[in-house]
Design a protein around this ligand. Structure first.
Ligand code: NAP
Length: 312
């Protein structure tokens, strides 16, 4: 029986592990992926984490993990299939939750949901068919395969612009396809993007279909203002249209908003007593490493307060 079971080993989960170990909580952290760090392991460069400008995302994730390891955090490699309440909380008694996984069940008095978010899909013909054959969601993972080739990035946020900049170092030509006439990405990234010769932005346009034979060869692109459709010859497309919270498993356990984000304030307290949330899966304004790390710390403080005076 644990005081705290943390699900997810991104920045929020790892920060929570550090705070939980320092607070003397009996805890485990369950991670699905073979490498800790969540979304940042795919990030080429993180330039807004205080004190470490220009750090590689994977390197930063390794530092986070080393910190948790140094304090003796116990990691379990497993995929969670559900969380069940086996004993309700009362004013005097802590609840008991069973976390079910493909590597056994674990029981704890509190659970921290730090499952983050995953890449959204376009949902257009050809997308599923060509995943790994020209359709990718991670430029830093797959960009090097497109040396001297023509690539496209779909999206207008920080990730899409970062991906286009990154790909421009390998690809002969990069198209950035965005559905509006202005980018959502931060100005500093936009300034860098507009200064790169082999990047062409295709404004006001959406990808309607991804076509190919063995691999992607062509995109059907539609201008949303004129309605005109055209074909674009590319060797690959990187989809960067945002993220979706990884909270489907917990939808009946805690209150979520219409987009699936778990509703909680900075303290991470959810609608279910003893269940806490931290990081990108929480409903909040800004999803960044710094806010995920802060969430993890705040949630553990709330866990400690919750357990005070409660019989276990
Ligand atoms: P995002 O900021 O939500 O941007 C998603 C982009 O995709 C938007 O431009 C959006 O268009 C477009 N889009 C959404 N659905 C679409 C669809 N069905 N078809 C075509 N386009 C679609 O997502 P993100 O870029 O993945 O970033 C996620 C979070 O991580 C953000 O908070 C971001 O600031 C943060 N991040 C920060 C950094 C950094 O600071 N270094 C780096 C990476 C990510 P509209 O603009 O028209 O809505």
């Amino acid at each position: 029986m644990y005081d705290l079971i943390i699900i997810g080993s991104g920045p929020a989960g790892l920060s929570a592990a550090v705070y939980a170990k320092r607070a003397g909580l009996n805890m485990i952290i369950i991670e699905k992926n073979p490498v800790s760090g969540g979304q940042i392991i795919d990030t080429y460069e993180v330039d807004n984490y205080l004190g470490i400008p220009g750090v590689n995302g994977f390197d930063l994730a390794m530092k986070f993990r080393e910190h948790a390891d140094k304090l003796g955090a116990e990691f379990v490699d497993a995929t969670v299939s559900g969380v069940e309440c086996v004993r309700e909380a009362t004013d005097t008694q802590a609840p008991v939750y069973k976390v079910k996984t493909d590597n056994g069940d674990y029981e704890g008095h509190t659970v921290l949901l730090a499952t983050g978010a995953h890449h959204s899909k376009l949902g257009i013909p050809g997308e599923e068919e060509y995943i790994g054959k020209g359709v990718s969601y991670c430029a830093t993972c797959d960009g090097a395969f497109y040396k001297g080739k023509v690539t496209a990035v779909n999206g207008g946020g920080d990730v899409a612009v970062e991906d286009a900049i990154f790909l421009s170092r390998f690809s002969s030509k990069v198209y950035l396809i965005h559905r509006r006439d202005e980018l959502r990405a931060t100005k500093i990234l936009q300034d860098e993007l507009f200064g790169i010769d082999n990047i062409e932005v295709i404004w006001d346009s959406v990808v309607k279909e991804i076509k190919g034979e063995d691999k992607v060869t062509t995109l059907s692109v539609q201008n949303v203002k004129s309605g005109d459709e055209s074909e674009l010859n590319v060797d690959g497309i990187f989809v960067a249209i945002g993220i979706h919270p990884s909270t489907d498993l917990f939808a009946s356990l805690v209150k979520c908003d219409e987009n699936g984000y778990v509703i909680a304030n900075e303290d991470g307290i959810t609608s279910a007593p003893g269940i806490f949330v931290a990081g990108d899966s929480r409903k909040k304004r800004l999803r960044q490493i710094v806010t995920a790390v802060a969430d993890g710390a705040n949630a553990v403080t709330a866990v400690q307060d919750f357990l005070v005076g409660k019989e276990k």
